[in-house]
Design a protein around this ligand. Sequence first.
Ligand code: HXC
Length: 518
Amino acid sequence: MDIKGKIYKDFLDRIDRFKTQNGPQQIKNQHNKGKLHARERIELLFDKNSFEELDAFVTSATPDTGFGKIDAAFGDGVVIGHGKVNGRLVYVYAQDFNVMGGSLGAVHAKKIMKVQELALRVGAPIIGLIDSGGARIQEGVASLSGYASIFHNNVHSSGVIPQISVILGPAAGGAVYSPALTDFIFMTKNTSYMFVTGPDVVKEVLNEEVTFDELGGAEAHARKSGVANFIYEDEENTILGVKKLLSFFPSNNLENPPFIEPKTKKDVFIEKLRTIVPDDPNKPYDVKKVIELTVDQDSFFEVSEQFAPNLVIGFARLDGKAIGIIANQPKVLAGVIDINSSLKGARFVRFCDAFNIPLLTLEDVPGFLPGLDQEHNGIIKHGAKLLFAFSEATVPKITVILRKAYGGAFCVLNSKNIGGDYNFAWPTAEIAVMGPEGAVSILYKRELQKSDDPKKLKKEFASKYRQEVANPYIADEKGYIDEVIDPADTRKKLIIAFETLENKHVDNPSRKHGNMPL
Ligand code: HXC
C-alpha cells in the first residue's frame, strides 16, 4: 500500500509534528546558549545509525493545573532509547531543554525509569545526558515522586551496571542527586552547573553573592567538591570522554572488561623506570611517568585529575587488559594521604571491585597528613574508608612499593595483610613504622638532647635508620612483601602476576552488607 495513502494520513501528520518539534529552531535555541540539542548529543554518543528511540510520541499526561502552562510536546522533554557504543549496547536518556526547560514531570520521569529498568534487566550501561531546570513546577508532587523513583532505580543498579551522568546544562535542586548516585559525572565547562540551591537562594539565606559558575560550575566541582570526575571544554570532547571511559568497563558486574589489542607492542623491559626515583629521598618525582612507562602505550585515562591530586587514580591497560590504578603522587604534598584523597581512592577501589577491574597500587607515601584541620574533619573515619575499600575488594590486587611505605599508610594501601595478592618493592623502597626523622627523634631523644650538634647527629642516625631499618630487604626476608624487583622489570612482572590472578575467587561470609565508616 502507498505510504502516502489516506490510511497513513494521521501517522504522517504525527511524524511531521514530531519533526517540527525537533527542527532547526530548537537546535538553534540550544546553539545560542553554547549547547547542543539532545538529538545531536545522542548522535555523537552512538555508533552511526545504531540509535533506536523509545516512547518518542508520549506526551505529558497532566491536565492543566491552572498554574503555568504545560507543553504537550511529543516526548515530554526527554529522548530515551538504546544504541551501540563501539559495538556494545548502551541505554541513554537525554533531556531536551526546549520543552519546559528539560524539567522533569511524571511522564518524563517514567521514561527515564523505563530505560533504567531495561538497562538493568539486560545488563547494559546507562548514560544520562542532563540539561534540566529540575522538578517541573507545574506538576508539583508528581515531579518529586518521579525523581524519588529515579533515585531508587539508581541505587538498585549501583554495582550491577555502570551508570554515567553527563551534565550539559543546568542540574539544580534535588535533581543533582541522581548524578550523585551514579558512578561517574562528566561536566562541560561554561555551560553546565550543579547545585542544591542556586545563587538567588544563597543570596537570600546567607547574603553571599556568587555566580552560577563559582557555585556549581565544572571547575568548582572538578577541583573543590570532587563531584565532577571529568571536565571538558566542549560537548564534543565531553562525549568522546564518555566513550573512552566506557571502553574500560564490562557491560555489567557479571562480565569482565573487554580486551583491547594494544596499538603498539611495547617492550617489557623498561630501563627508564630505574632512574625515575631520585637519589635524594626527599625529592619529588611525577608518578604519572611511572604509570605511563608501565602500562600500554597511551592507555592511561585519569579520573578526578584535579581533585586531591596527591593521589592519582585512573584506568589503563596492561597487555590489552583493563586495570584500575591508585598511585600516590610525590609531586603533590609528598603523596600524603588526607581526607580528600582517602575519599577519592576509596570510591575508585569500590567501583573497580564491583566491575571486575583488577587493581594496581603504586605506593610512595610518607603517611597520613597530620594536623587539627584533618583530625577535626575526620581523617580517622575517612582514612578508614580507604582501608575498608581495599580490604573488602576481591578483584586481583597488586602493589608495587616505589619508595616510601610508612606507618598506617603501608597497611592501608593494599598491604598483603589486607588481601594484596602480590606485593612487590623496588630497591628504593623504604618500609617502616615511621619516617627516619620521626623515628630518630623518638628513639634517640636523650642522645640528641645531650649532643653539641643535634642536627648533624640526627642526620647521621636518620641515614643509618634508612639503611638498616627502612629498606625493602627486611620486609622481603620476613615475607611481608613477595619480592624486591628490578624497576625495569615492573611491566613484565605485573603482566605475569595479573595473568595468574585471572581466575581468582574469594568466598566471603554471607551478610546483608558491611558497615563502611561513612
Ligand atoms: C517548569 C521550567 C523549570 C521548572 C525552567 N522551566 N525550569 N518549567 N519547571 N523547574 C522553563 C521556563 O519556565 C522556561 O519556559 C523554559 O523552561 C526555559 O527556562 P528559562 O528560565 O527561560 O531559561 P534560562 O534563562 O536558561 O534559565 C534556566 C534555569 C532557570 C537557570 C534552569 O529556568 C531556573 O532557574 N529554573 C528553575 C531551577 C530550579 O530551581 N530547579 C529546582 C526545582 S526544585 P518558557 O515557556 O518561558 O520557555 C527540584 C527539587 C527536586 O528540582 C527534588 C527531588 C528530590
